[in-house]
Design a protein. Structure first.
Length: 651
């Protein structure tokens, strides 16, 4: 009986186990079936796409970067194709030993190694970096024969940017350089991320940076079938790249070359504008730099010089250099007096070479008394006393409110990145800038020097040129622009003109404008720039300026011989021509050079001769201008249209 019960118990247990196993099997098959349904139905499209991508690879095709031309079609930036030898550090064991071994096959100079190290610091370990650029055909053949010895090293065909005239116009053009991590992250946050796949270089300064989107073009793709090992087997489809647009500038590169040569080794800036439309004809900053240095990846020695030199060659002085305007501010002060009714053209001020206020004596330059001075004579003879007293009558806030619409201390809105405001002072400005209560208060004595373009006043040459253009154009202001238009690389290649801003009439009374313009013409006929414009075949208007780079004590006299070169006065000139119907207005500063009549005005005269008369200075005249030893042109001028291009050095 006991045996029978045991059998029943064992049988019952067996049936339970069979049932449990059956349930597990059914559940397993159910899970398998549901997984198959999920994979084959729900995720069919996604998995199909992944399978296809495992079989294919999409390779970006970098487009040709667009060209940059001057207003007359002269090519200022273009491209050429060349081979590079590149290393992917993550695929190389001993990097230093590999580079040493490469140098036994093709030359690798010390500067190549320095440039490579700099690129390595700025890049990720898995990126391909050039150790040698622009290989010759012989070098390509030599390395190809030894390729098996160098895993992680390969030859690539690359497009290189080329600036055919080197340093000429470098601050306008800017340069391109390898995309750094910050730029990659910025691009990743935009819709352009896909368009920059495979792109190693991007615009860094100037037009190259500001018009990056137009110049870059549209990246193409090659879709290729790959083997299990990732090797391309055959091409499936191709979407060709679209080359970047050609960008045409308003700059006359021959005029730009003339101005840069006239500066010689001196520092400074010049901006020349067509007052009738805002087109920038010359945009000069000296010293310049060679943008070709950045194309291959600049070496550390060159970068150290450019970034640490006291000459600051990378500083765009036309756009970012700020200077006291000195006496070039006086015509605008005179216009403010007329427009506000503070003075009439015939108001007489006694100039005894100094003006006292609040226990401080404000002196005239050179301590020369001019006697009775009306508005015309105050500009022609550059009376400081006239404008000391005028500044006191107007007050700082009235001056600020009048000068602001002219563009002083404001962004002009020019179509290039990096512009600075400078300082157009007011009581509110001082309260905002200074932190300590005793510093935030405006003192009446601070107003006086503002009248002669000193004190807190600091402006760019772009702002001074724009304000001069407003005077020349009867009170109508245009936004300055460097780009005239862009042209597609494909299709009908029709040029698309850049949008031009609407002119703004500042509402000055024509009779007041005429008073100031007549006085500016007088400066060139009987005033501080008369010697420079002697014999000119046209009338022009202008105003010289000499601005302090450092403050001088009340009882001290300025003596350039006792000062460091970088502490000496700046030479300035603002002008327009022809006087009756101006086609060009400009502002120029020569840093630490001294009197505007000696160093700045002669440059302006030659610019006007070029623009108005089509003349180019003689070689002996150019030599004199470069060292500040010229007044009116000497020698026989050459015909600008017949000058060879590119001109010989220092022509």
């Amino acid at each position: 009986m006991t045996s029978y019960r045991n059998v029943k118990v064992e049988l019952s247990r067996f049936r339970g186990r069979v049932l449990a196993i059956s349930v597990v099997v059914v559940l397993a098959f159910g899970l398998l079936a549901s997984r198959l349904v999920y994979l084959q139905v729900v995720r069919h499209d996604d998995l199909s796409e992944q399978a296809e991508s495992n079989r294919t690879a999409v390779l970006p095709i970098v487009p040709n970067r667009g060209q940059i031309l001057d207003r007359n079609g002269v090519v200022l930036a273009t491209n050429f194709s060349a081979y590079t030898l590149e290393i992917t550090p993550s695929k190389v064991g001993n990097l230093a030993a590999t580079i040493d071994a490469i140098s036994t096959v093709i030359p690798v100079e010390a500067k190549d190694r320095r440039r490579f190290r700099k690129l390595q610091e700025e890049s990720k370990n898995f990126e391909s970096l050039p150790i040698r650029n622009r290989l010759t055909d012989e070098e390509v053949a030599r390395f190809a024969a030894q390729r098996y010895r160098f895993p992680g090293v390969e030859i690539k065909a690359r497009l290189f940017r080329n600036y055919p005239y080197g340093e000429l116009g470098s601050h306008v053009l800017g340069y391109i350089g390898r995309i750094n991590q910050a730029e990659k992250e910025r691009i990743a946050d935009t819709d352009d991320e896909g368009n920059y796949r495979g792109t190693d270089y991007i615009g860094k300064l100037g037009v190259e940076q500001s018009f990056e989107q137009q110049l870059h073009g549209i990246t193409g793709v090659d879709q290729v079938e790959t083997s299990a090992g990732g090797r391309a087997v055959r091409k499936l489809a191709t979407t060709p790249p679209t080359a970047g647009d050609t960008v045409r500038l308003s700059i006359d590169i021959k005029l730009q070359k003339l101005v840069e040569d006239m500066f010689g080794d001196r520092r400074g800036a010049l901006v020349a504008i067509d007052p009738n439309n805002g087109e920038v004809l010359a945009f000069v900053s000296k010293p310049t730099f060679d943008p070709n240095l950045f194309v291959d990846g600049i070496d550390s020695e060159s970068w150290q010089y450019l970034s640490e030199s006291i000459e600051k060659p990378l500083l765009n002085r036309a756009l970012r250099g700020t200077y006291p305007p000195g006496s070039t501010y006086k015509p605008f002060m005179a216009l403010a007096a007329l427009e506000t009714g503070k003075r009439s053209p015939g108001t007489i001020i006694q100039d005894n070479a100094s003006w006292a206020f609040g226990g401080h004596t404000f002196r005239s330059h050179g301590d020369i008394a001019l006697g009775p001075v009306d508005m015309y004579r105050s500009i022609v003879k550059s009376s400081n006393v006239y404008y000391y007293s005028l500044a006191n009558e107007l007050g700082v806030d009235a001056m600020h409110d009048f000068m602001k619409p002219l563009g002083f201390g404001q962004l002009t809105g020019i179509d290039i990145n990096g512009e600075v405001r400078g300082v157009l002072p007011s009581q509110e400005w001082k309260r905002r800038v200074y932190k300590r209560p005793e510093q935030r208060k405006w003192f009446a004595g601070e107003t006086i020097s503002l009248g002669i373009g000193q004190g807190y006043n600091t402006f760019t040459m772009l702002q001074l040129a724009q304000a001069t253009a407003v005077l020349a154009n009867g009170g109508v202001k245009y936004k300055p622009r460097l780009v005239l238009g862009t042209q597609r690389a494909i299709g009908d290649r029709t040029e698309v003109m850049a949008a031009q801003s609407e002119p703004e009439n500042l509402g000055f009374k024509p009779e007041n404008i005429e008073v100031v313009r007549r006085a500016l013409v007088g400066v060139t006929q009987e005033g501080t720039s008369a010697r420079v414009f002697a014999g000119a075949g046209y009338l022009s208007g202008g105003k010289t300026g000499t601005a302090q780079a450092v403050g001088i004590g009340q009882k001290d006299k300025y003596d350039a011989r006792k000062m460091e070169e970088h502490q000496r006065d700046h030479a300035l000139y603002m002008a327009f021509a022809p006087a009756d119907k101006p086609t060009i207005a400009l502002a120029v500063v020569v840093e630490n050079a001294g009197f505007g009549a000696e160093h700045a005005a002669p440059i302006a005269r030659r610019v006007f001769d070029y623009r108005v008369l089509g003349q180019y200075p003689s070689e002996e005249d150019m030599a004199a201008v470069r060292v500040g030893k010229a007044a009116a042109p000497i020698g026989k001028p050459r015909t600008a249209a017949e000058m060879p291009w590119p001109p010989a050095p220092h022509q």
